[in-house]
Design a protein around this ligand. Sequence first.
Ligand SMILES: [Zn+2]
Ligand SMILES: [Zn+2]
Length: 167
Amino acid sequence: MQENDPLVFRYADIKAEGGRNVKLAPAPAAYADVFDSPDTLKKLRLELDFSVGGDSILLEGRIYAELELICARCGDPLARAFEDSFDEVYPDSLEYIDARELIRETVALVAPIKVLCSDACKGRCLVCGVNRNSKTCGCRTDKASPFSALKDLDLKTPGKPGKKNSK
Ligand SMILES: [Zn+2]
Ligand SMILES: [Zn+2]
């Protein structure tokens, strides 16, 4: 059963071989549940490098993930590639090296919490909602802020800050 999983390795085999290098490209669908959206992960590649020590095996792994994310400012989808590495030491007492959880955790954390389509992303108009990277609307966005509205009021009624509440 677990011997048939490509991410589970027989300890004695790797030790006998003096180490092993494995490259894998698991189906992204197998990791769909670790992301908020099941379509986030588009491509995944793994590289696992096992080296045999005196009484343990060291696994050094690398993941390459292509993700489709949402810009935190304008909400447009954006494709981006990330990579990350991990390592783990497995003691001699094990019969199997099971890398499944370790890889799941690494994949789950590969994306930053917040991404922008570009540092210069202008976001969306707060009034009409157009993506201001591709369109210019005529909205006066400064009027959309309650703070600037207060500022206007103060400017027009100098010395009478209480007038706003006198209705
Ligand atoms: Zn954006
Ligand atoms: Zn607008």
